[in-house]
Structure formats: structure tokens, C-alpha cells
Design a protein around this ligand. Structure first.
Ligand SMILES: O=C[C@H](O)COP(=O)(O)O
Length: 253
């Protein structure tokens, strides 16, 4: 049985006080309202991680993620944060290759392969983002494009390593736009990605990989998206900034 997961990516939102308040609300609501075996991840900005890690110390079902990390081990890389530093403050997951990083910071598939390696080497779990622009969607080669992102960034991994990766499919045209992929569009891509992984690593491993959907996911559309056979949860942006909406999304399974 593959793991169900809902991850909240706060992006560059909330000062520390607001982040701590949001975390406390999520902790209490998850404890009071969430049943079943869905895992919860929150990805606050870097400067919140140490304090939020302390709040989550006794929370078995809520994990902590960073939104990015350096591809380098350490050294003269001003402004960067290493995977080792993240591990040392209690981070569990690292989001790698979010489309905003790819677009605004020119992150390439090759660079993301190095980030994946360094994250795994530090005992952290990658949430690897992939997805296509509207232009590629309209051209029709979107499945090929997203499969290639997996191929170039993940397919050098051993079976044991790939099993630790969570994949997040986020059609760029649906991020922050209010325009969600339809259930057919989400299922088509998730199924294609699972098949592609099966082709390289075998069906058993492909069936075990958690694949999240991201892009304008909210309480009103999460139930139908999460009901798709190959959708194992969500990577939530805007709606994860409201504890009520985020927990309602978690309860959509
Ligand atoms: O990381 C989250 C995604 O980019 C989705 O963002 P959104 O839910 O605001 O569209």
C-alpha cells in the first residue's frame, strides 16, 4: 500500500509568529479531526524551520520539509542552505525542483539530480516536482516532457533510493491560477508517470511510489482529485496558508 500524503508549501509567506501560529493550529486540528493513515507535511520558509521543528517534536504524523536546498555539501556559496544543515534542525523532507525554482532560478534537470543525491545522502526524503507549462500542454507533448524531467533527474538512482522519493506533479498553468487540472488530466499524467517508472524500475516499485498532485488544490476539489486511482495526495500552495482549508484538504481522503 503506498503512502498517502498532503504537503503544504507556504512559499515565501508568513513571518515567524504567523508561521508558529499556523503550525499550532494545524497540530491541534490534525489531532482532533484527522483519522486514517494520511501523512502531513508542512514546508515553511528556511528561517522558521528550527522553531517549527521544536513544535513538531512529538507529532508523529506531521513532518517538516524545506522548500529547497543547495546542490553543494558546504563552502563559499553565500545565501545557500545545505542538506546537512536541514537535517541538523530536524527537517524530514526537501522539496526539489519546484516550477518556481526552475523558472525564476533557472534550475536544470541536471542540477536537480545533484540536489536529489545530496538530500538522500543526508537521510532526507525528496519531494521531487515536475510539470509542464501551458505552451507544452497545448503543443501536446506534455507527457513526454514530464517523463523526461524524471528521467534526467531521478533515473540514475538505485531502486532503494527511488523508493524514498515522493513525486509531485504540478502543471505550471494550474499553480496559483485558480485553474485546476481536471481529474482526467491529473489521472492521465499520474498514470503515465507510474507507467514510465515501471518501464525503468518495474511495476512493483512503480506501484509503491507516492505521486502528489499540485496546482490550485482546495477543499472543494481535493476529494475528486484524491479519488483518482494514481493520485496519492497533494502539494498545496495557497490553501495551505489557512489551517482550516489545509486540514479540510487532508480530510478529503
Ligand atoms: O507547491 C505548491 C504548488 O505550487 C501549488 O500552489 P497553489 O496551490 O497555490 O496553486
Amino acid at each position: 500500500m503506498r503512502k498517502k500524503l498532503v504537503a503544504g508549501n507556504w512559499k515565501m509567506n508568513n513571518d515567524l509568529d504567523a508561521g508558529l501560529k499556523l503550525t499550532s493550529e494545524i497540530i491541534h486540528m490534525v489531532e482532533d479531526e484527522v483519522r486514517g493513515n494520511v501523512g502531513v507535511v508542512i514546508a515553511p520558509p528556511f528561517v522558521h524551520l528550527t522553531k517549527i521543528s521544536q513544535l513538531l517534536k512529538n507529532e508523529a504524523r506531521i513532518s517538516l520539509a524545506a522548500q529547497n536546498c543547495s546542490e553543494h555539501e558546504k563552502g563559499a556559496y553565500t545565501g545557500e542552505v545545505s542538506a546537512g544543515m536541514l537535517a541538523s534542525v530536524g527537517v524530514n523532507f526537501v522539496i526539489i525542483g519546484h516550477s518556481e525554482r526552475r523558472e525564476y532560478f533557472n534550475e536544470t534537470n541536471e542540477q536537480l539530480a545533484r540536489k536529489t543525491d545530496i538530500v538522500l545522502n543526508h537521510g532526507l526524503l525528496p519531494i521531487f516536482c515536475c510539470g509542464e507549462s501551458l505552451e507544452i500542454r497545448e503543443k501536446g507533448n506534455y507527457v513526454e516532457h514530464v517523463c523526461n524531467q524524471l528521467n534526467e533527474s531521478l533515473f540514475h538512482l538505485s531502486e532503494e533510493e527511488l523508493r524514498k522519493v515522493v513525486i509531485a506533479y504540478e502543471p505550471i498553468w494550474a499553480i496559483g491560477t485558480g485553474k485546476t487540472a481536471s481529474t482526467e488530466q491529473a489521472q492521465e499524467m499520474h498514470h503515465a508517470l507510474r507507467n514510465y517508472i515501471a518501464g525503468a524500475y518495474g511495476k512493483e516499485l512503480a506501484d509503491d511510489i507516492t505521486i502528489l498532485y499540485g496546482g490550485s488544490c482546495k477543499p472543494s476539489n481535493a476529494p475528486e482529485l484524491f479519488a483518482c486511482a494514481d493520485v496519492d495526495g497533494g502539494l498545496i500552495g495557497g490553501a495551505s496558508l489557512s489551517s482550516r482549508d489545509f486540514v479540510d484538504i487532508i480530510k478529503s481522503f
